[in-house]
Every structure is written in structure tokens, then in C-alpha cells.
Write a new protein. Structure first.
Length: 326
């Protein structure tokens, strides 16, 4: 039986009287792309910081590649690549200069560092940008440089904190294609902290966090199929008039927003013709969709992934990343 690359056991963490994590346990195997999914305040940021050795472990155990994050933090950092949501690049330096500074922090020798910079620039298709100052790059290119930094020392585990935040759809898609290329080429284990549905759908497995606990885990498809029903969304001219009709047909009150109403329930297909007939010309459009991860989260917690709760860590500044010797 193979040993998990990442193992978290009975972890608890407090900020004063606020419990940020409560009895959190999980396992992640080599080469896996795992997501920590939850709204702001769910505890995912605290868990991410503990994995990155940015917070001291208060209770429980975390091991990465067999190294304990409490007793062997420096050895753990040698194995980690970390890309933060907030930019960690010097805009006044070129792409190559940023990478060189980062490599020197890890003690990579000059010739080896030169070769690694060339390799990672090629891998992430940044060769033609190596002499460009970072402040002149687009958001998508900056994220690529951040990824290049995280991969420069060839980590076996890559931690990504809201990695495509602020990127447009095309830049986000390209970023994840590059992450997939890295996983395929090097067998890198990737852990992403996110609240975005498209990022979550990209993962092999997800851990849904709410109020400091893992409420459910599994692949995106396993989670979606864990609850019954479909999502019906109807855009119409008279939303207030349509709501009682939906309630009567499906037995549940719909959610109303702007010119649409929606409901998650079973038997949508069978009742849809009658709904359209009764609403008549008021209907602008009808959409029937598979249950989403947000539906799953709402079923488990009573709130959506877009909702926010104050997390104990919210008032604290993010600790600076420390190089392996720090």
C-alpha cells in the first residue's frame, strides 16, 4: 500500500477564541490534483498556510512526503513550490532576474540555476519574455512567471492559492493547461485552494470545507451525483407571477433573482411542458442543468460557495514565505 504524499490527521487551529479548523483529516496521493473548496471563512486559507509551513501547527499532524511539518519544516519547504494569490514578483526586475533571485534563495548553484531557468521558461513558454520587466506583462503572463518561480527548484508538491484569480477565461484556461503539462511531465502533486467552480471542476478530488470542517470529499462527478435533482432556471417577464406556478408544480419555492427564478428538484423533465404551457408568452428562456458543486455545497451547509463568513485568519497578515533554510 503506497504512502500518501500529503497526510493531514486531526488538525485543529484557533485564532484566539475563533476556531478556524476543527478535526480536519485528509490524504492526497502522488500526482493528484486536489482542491480545497469553500467560501471565504471556511478554513481553506488556514489549511493552505499550514501545508505551506506558514503557520505553526497547534494540534494534530501534517506530513508531506514523509516529513513532519512541525519537526522537519525546512525539509518540507525543499519539496514545496508555492504560488500565492497576491503577487510575489518584483515588477522592476525582468522575468529572468526574478527567477534568478528566487533560485539563489534555494541555494541553486550558478550553472545549474541557469539551466533550470532555461528549462522552466521553455516549459511554460516564456522564452521570448525572459528579458521583459514584469511590470510590463499582462496578468496571465505574470501568473505564468509566478508558476515558473514555484517550479524552479523542481518541487514534488505544488501549492496554488486562488491561482487564476483576476484572469480572463482564456488566460485561466492556458494556466491550467500548463499545470497539466507539469503534472504529466514530472508527476507533481498539486493542491489548489479555490472558490471558483471551473477550477474545482478541474481537480481529481475535492475537499469541501465549511466552518473549519471537511463536510464532504470526492471527485467533482461523485459530489454532483451525491444529491438528486436538476437545476431549473426560467427567465420570464413576470417573475412574481411565475413563482406561485413553480411552487404549485414542484412543491418548493423557487429562488428569485432579477428576471429569472431557479429551483433544484427532481422530475423537471416530466413537468417542464406543463410549466411552459402555464407560463405561456411570459417565458423568455428555460434551462435545465446538471446539479452543480454549488448545489452540493448548499445542500450540505445551507449556504452557497459565494457566501462569506469571517474566518479567524481574516484579520491577520499573510506571513512571508520562507526559503528552505529559514
Amino acid at each position: 500500500m503506497s504512502v500518501p504524499t500529503v497526510e493531514v490527521s486531526s488538525v485543529m487551529h484557533r485564532y484566539g477564541d475563533t476556531i478556524a479548523l476543527s478535526d480536519v483529516s485528509l490524504e492526497i496521493s502522488q500526482g493528484n490534483l486536489s482542491g480545497l473548496l469553500g467560501p471565504n471563512g471556511s478554513g481553506k486559507t488556514t489549511l493552505f498556510r499550514l501545508l505551506a509551513t506558514l503557520l505553526p501547527l497547534q494540534s494534530g499532524q501534517i506530513s508531506i512526503l514523509g516529513y513532519d511539518v512541525h519537526s522537519s519544516a525546512s525539509r518540507v519547504r525543499e519539496q514545496l513550490g508555492v504560488t500565492f494569490q497576491s503577487p510575489a514578483l518584483d515588477g522592476r526586475l525582468t522575468v529572468e532576474e526574478n527567477l534568478r533571485c528566487h533560485g539563489q534563495l534555494y541555494g541553486i548553484k550558478r550553472r545549474s540555476l541557469r539551466d533550470r531557468i532555461a528549462s522552466v521558461l521553455q516549459q511554460l513558454k516564456l522564452e521570448d519574455r525572459r528579458r521583459d520587466r514584469v511590470e510590463h506583462l499582462s496578468g496571465g503572463l505574470r501568473r505564468r512567471v509566478e508558476l515558473a518561480k514555484g517550479l524552479l527548484h523542481r518541487p514534488r508538491v505544488l501549492l496554488l492559492d486562488e491561482p487564476s484569480s483576476g484572469l480572463d477565461v482564456l488566460a485561466r484556461r492556458r494556466f491550467w493547461e500548463l499545470v497539466d503539462d507539469v503534472r504529466s511531465a514530472d508527476g507533481t502533486t498539486v493542491i489548489v485552494s479555490t472558490h471558483l467552480m471551473d477550477e474545482a471542476e478541474h481537480c481529481d478530488q475535492l475537499f469541501l470545507l465549511n466552518e473549519g470542517r471537511i463536510v464532504k470529499s470526492g471527485s467533482p462527478s461523485e459530489l454532483r451525483y451525491s444529491i438528486d435533482g436538476e437545476r431549473l432556471t426560467v427567465r420570464c417577464r413576470d417573475v412574481a407571477g411565475a413563482a406561485p406556478v413553480v411552487l404549485q408544480l414542484f412543491g418548493e419555492p423557487p429562488t428569485i433573482g432579477g428576471d429569472y427564478l431557479s429551483i433544484r428538484t427532481g422530475g423537471v423533465t416530466q413537468r417542464l411542458p406543463e410549466l411552459i404551457e402555464r407560463l405561456g408568452r411570459d417565458v423568455l428562456s428555460v434551462e435545465v442543468a446538471q446539479t452543480s458543486l454549488d448545489d452540493v455545497f448548499a445542500e450540505l451547509t445551507g449556504r452557497g460557495l459565494a457566501d462569506e463568513l469571517p474566518e479567524g485568519s481574516g484579520s491577520l497578515e499573510k506571513p512571508a514565505w520562507r526559503h528552505p533554510g529559514g
